[in-house]
Design a protein around this ligand. Sequence first.
Ligand SMILES: [Fe+2]
Ligand SMILES: [Fe+2]
Length: 372
Amino acid sequence: MNQVVIALGSNIEKERNLPAAIKLFREMCQVTAVAPIYETIPVGLLDQPNFWNTAVLIETDLSPEHIKAEIIEKVEQELKRVRQADPNAPRTIDADIILFNDEVREYAGLDGRMRQIPDKDLARFVHVALPVTDLVPEGRHPLTDEPLKELTDRLYQDSFQEGKPVIWMTYAPLAPYVSEFNATGNLESDVEQLFFQHDCQHIYHHVKNVAEKAAELAERFGANVEHCVQGALLHDISGVVPNADRVTLAQQLGIDLLPEEISFPMITHQKLSVVFAREVFHIHEPDVLSAIGCHTTLKAEFTLTDQIVFLADKISWDQSGTPPYLDELLKALDQSIEAASLVYINYLWGMRDKLRVVHPWMVAARETLLTQ
Ligand SMILES: [Fe+2]
Ligand SMILES: [Fe+2]
């Protein structure tokens, strides 16, 4: 199997076209990773809209010629078709093969012109090098053997020295939600800041309660208190994204959504919160990100931290009144944390016919709990 990195860029209706291109790649070949989307200032001709750039890593038996003819050409055609009303408009998507394994070679494009692998732009432009490096962080430039990380750092520094800060909004799709946000490094006040900027005071109060409860459970069950508190503070952070925008945002971020999540967008908030935690709050601890990512549903292979954030959220729930399962859940906690998780999941399971969707992760978590 060949490992191929393809760079993507768009500056016409990019909010739609770049995610659409990623989706088409997924349909036509095996995409094994997608880089973050970066907003970048155009190079050369400056008087045009900013770009969104990213890259995809694909696994394929095809040669570069066939990838170009059978995949890239089709993606470009498909997305051009969207704006046929204006035949003179610039291209909606650019897709170029940047790396093909770690080979150095040429191939013929459809116009017969020879193209090089690695693509020359890899060593020239930070907006190409950066997402490529995200996909193959340990990679080296096949021609020069320079580590891609060093190449990217150098291009980034150069772009400033030339007086043109080329990039920079990682995860550009999150930008509309964090345009006023200034991180201080104090997680609790940063979370408060973002919620208040979006008039989500009620969610802030909820996550504060969940964090308190999570700290208490962490002490009681010997978990990592800091991880549990961080997970609790951030678990609903994507509550700043209106429900109606969640599926679109998830697609722009390259998040894989299950059919259940598309039909009931509220559940996508656990996956969206992970991206906010990582990209906006710079939390990279897998234990914390895992707990955020399954706090609504749990999952087949859950950790102690996952269960604590999950249960703290159910005990300090965000609706009025007392949760109907609360007494039983608290009693079960005297037995074990797993018993308590099962109480809540069985509560949902008992009314599964009335639920909008039954999330497969929850079904899997229940099976794990039942066999313990
Ligand atoms: Fe939640
Ligand atoms: Fe919550």
